[in-house]
Design a protein around this ligand. Structure first.
Ligand code: FAD
Ligand code: SF4
Length: 634
């Protein structure tokens, strides 16, 4: 067998993956003077405005504007696609897409293998978790507690909000201001540190938001035997997209982490056209692509890391990390990667990257397939288990008057009232996101409306235009994001029978919804129906047993999709018997290995996970810095 050539340079830290987690970590580490190598499996289009345009061109040409539609999907480096999701029937797994789906329900989420990672097509919703979300076992006897509490992450949330550039107003975002009857009486106190505020003001509410706000104050019962009463309130959602920077009070700075920061400078597109995208201008295509990069993507942080790091920072793209190698003491001695010169062609050169410390930042699924393929992190048997997502259920209808959909970001507000409460002992918490893009996700509007009116109603010319205007202007949609509990049977494994043309393992996924989440989805549906009735919205929601994500609860049928929020597969914990890493994301088994990203989160609760995973990366970065300085000793 030919020996694999080692890369010449040995870095302080080798990171796998150039997404949110890899980007923020690299920036932190080079800022501390450490040398960093990033191995990124995907291509590096998007590094400059000219190459970013190739994504846009592809987006304009795509018929189905799915999350991955603008980006390369190479047979040699497949990304999971929502178009591949089908029902898992019988005992044979569904191997239709990149995921091998063992069911019983399909795992409907996706991500992106490209420089910048899934940040290229995320929506930008940037919520903090609730204090209760860190204490699910203590408060409700469910799931697990985190090894630290909300307060321990508060300063890192601040850092992450200023890195991503989150637009929101702190005064509107405390649990109390959101109208959440928290399960702990003091949860709303000190939710934000004194004088802290987000870097930019809230994105303005849409007309659709204002229409839904007419139901504010309405009482809705939730929980087993209607145990809790919730009073509705529409509130604006913190978002990682540029609005108006906040002026620090009295000319003083704003305390962020342990520093005082001056006014935030919104960052535009990466590359030489850096002035573009300084404000969200409502192009309404955040998923799958923001044409002007007003929405945050990880390429901005990576650009900073390159700028700060200079010769300390190197990135090798088109480099698939294939195996984590161990020495005789169980420490990582290198990462073998496949460097491919021609995208789509299964030819590559095998090389080995060397560092003092190694970090897996490839996302909750890819971190696990790489670790399983390498035979590492075995002692707890938790690796790959506890896969969670936000099962996403839509309800849609026709408002009694025009409400101006298809303007602005995909969602600007939600009913956050159901994110916590005593009802969580039996019923999963949820958030009702107000959609700004009509029935786009729900029914393929407006294209499907044109097809229906032409083919079924035989309309054309001004009659077609008038009817389209009438129908589309009234389209409303609520999206439920419900929490899942960690379940050991929801898991990722690998199987030598399923590999990519490059010889890499494909993720084999077993996934189901337990009664806790199903009860939450059923309660959310009832809440949506009540809101529709109050606002005079005609309900057009239709769930069919032929839908891939169809499930039943207490005799009624519903349909769910994935939210792209992949969480829990290499969770942090208090001991090597209950977790894959410690609370600083350092492997229990391999002294110089770290796993970061949403896979580290022990519970998912109701917040979209990226702000939390980013905050956790700051925690890991401090520990890695200390470990590099100590020379790696524990
Ligand atoms: C449609 C959609 C919308 C979303 N919207 C939101 C939202 O509004 N708010 C929110 O909080 N979250 C959202 N998410 C989730 C969010 O995108 C993820 O939580 C986030 O991207 C995870 O960051 P990450 O850095 O861990 O992984 P990623 O962003 O997926 O980056 C991982 C990187 O690692 C690379 N990589 C993987 N394996 C290897 C390997 N073996 N070798 C080399 N490189 C590798 C990949 O190519 C990729 O570049 C959304 C997701 C989707 C799909
Ligand atoms: S609404 Fe438009 S400009 Fe604003 S973030 Fe979305 S795509 Fe970008």
């Amino acid at each position: 067998m030919t020996a694999i050539p080692d890369d010449e340079r040995c870095y302080d830290v080798v990171i796998v993956g150039a997404g949110f987690a890899g980007g923020i970590l690299a920036k932190e580490l080079v800022s501390e003077g450490h040398s960093v190598l990033i191995l990124e499996a995907g291509e590096d289009h998007g590094k400059t405005w000219e190459t970013y345009r190739s994504y846009l061109d592809q987006y304009y040409l795509s018929l189905a504007k799915t999350p991955n539609s603008p980006y390369p999907n190479l047979p040699t480096l497949p990304s999971p696609s929502v178009l591949d999701i089908t029902a898992v029937r019988g005992t044979e797994p569904d191997t239709n897409g990149y995921f091998v789906q063992r069911g019983p329900l399909p795992f409907g989420s996706n991500y992106l293998m490209a420089y910048g990672g899934t940040s290229l097509h995320w929506l930008g919703t940037s919520l903090r978790m609730m204090p209760a979300d860190f204490e699910m076992q203590s408060r409700f006897g469910l799931g697990v507690d985190w090894p630290f509490k909300y307060d321990d992450l508060k300063k890192d949330y601040e850092r992450a909000e200023w890195e991503i550039g989150v637009s929101a107003d702190a005064v509107e975002q405390t649990p109390k201001a959101l109208g959440i009857k928290t399960s702990g009486p003091k949860d709303s106190n000190d939710y934000f540190a004194k004088d802290y505020d987000y870097p930019m003001h809230s994105i303005p509410s849409s007309y659709v938001d204002e229409f839904f706000a007419r139901a504010d104050g309405m009482a809705i019962e939730v929980g087993e035997d209607a145990s809790d009463t919730v009073h509705l309130k529409v509130s604006r959602t913190p978002q990682g997209r540029n609005s108006t920077p906040r002026s620090p009070k009295n000319g003083q700075g704003i305390p962020v982490g342990d520093e005082v920061r001056k006014q935030f400078q919104p960052r535009g597109a990466t590359g030489p056209f850096a002035y573009m995208g300084q404000r969200c201008e409502g192009n309404s295509s955040c998923i799958p692509i923001c044409p002007i990069q007003a929405k945050y993507n990880a390429m901005k942080t990576l650009e900073d890391a390159n700028h700060i790091g200079k010769s300390l920072m190197e990135t090798i793209t088109q480099a698939i990390a294939s195996k984590v190698e161990l020495d005789e003491n169980g420490r990582v001695s290198g990462i073998t990667y496949k460097k491919y010169p021609f995208p789509g062609v299964p030819q590559y050169e095998l090389r080995r990257a060397r560092g003092k410390h190694y970090v897996l930042a490839g996302g909750a699924v890819e971190n696990v397939t790489l670790a399983l393929a390498s035979g590492i992190c075995k002692s707890s048997d938790e690796l790959g288990r506890n896969l969670m997502d936000h099962p996403y259920m839509m309800t849609w209808g026709a408002a009694p008057e025009p409400v101006g959909p298809f303007r602005g970001p995909g969602s600007t507000s939600s009913y956050a009232n159901f994110r916590d409460g005593g009802f969580r002992d039996k019923t999963a918490a949820f958030r009702l996101e107000i959609g700004n893009w009509g029935w786009n996700f729900a029914a393929g509007s407006p294209n499907s409306d044109v097809a229906r009116l032409v083919e079924q109603e035989n309309l054309y010319g001004s009659a077609l235009r008038d009817k389209l205007y009438h129908d589309v202007q009234r389209q409303v949609r609520l999206g439920t994001l419900v929490e899942q509990l960690p379940r050991s049977t929801n898991r990722i494994t690998i199987d030598p029978a399923y590999r990519t043309p490059m010889g890499e393992y494909r993720p084999v996924i077993s996934y189901d919804l337990d009664d806790y989440s199903r009860a939450g989805l059923a309660a959310a549906y009832e809440a949506c129906v009540r809101i529709f009735q109050r606002l005079g919205i005609k309900n057009h929601t239709a769930y069919s047993p032929s839908d891939a994500g169809y499930f039943t609860y207490e005799g009624k049928g519903y349909t769910f999709f994935g939210a792209g929020h992949l969480v829990g597969t290499h969770r942090i914990g208090t001991h090597k018997s209950n977790s894959v890493t410690n609370d600083q994301m350092r492997s229990w088994d391999h002294d110089n290995l770290w796993l970061v990203g949403a896979g580290s989160m022990p519970t998912i609760a109701t917040s979209n996970p990226t702000l939390t995973l980013s905050a956790m990366v700051y925690r890991a970065a401090r520990a890695i810095t200390a470990a590099v300085r100590e020379g790696g000793a524990k």
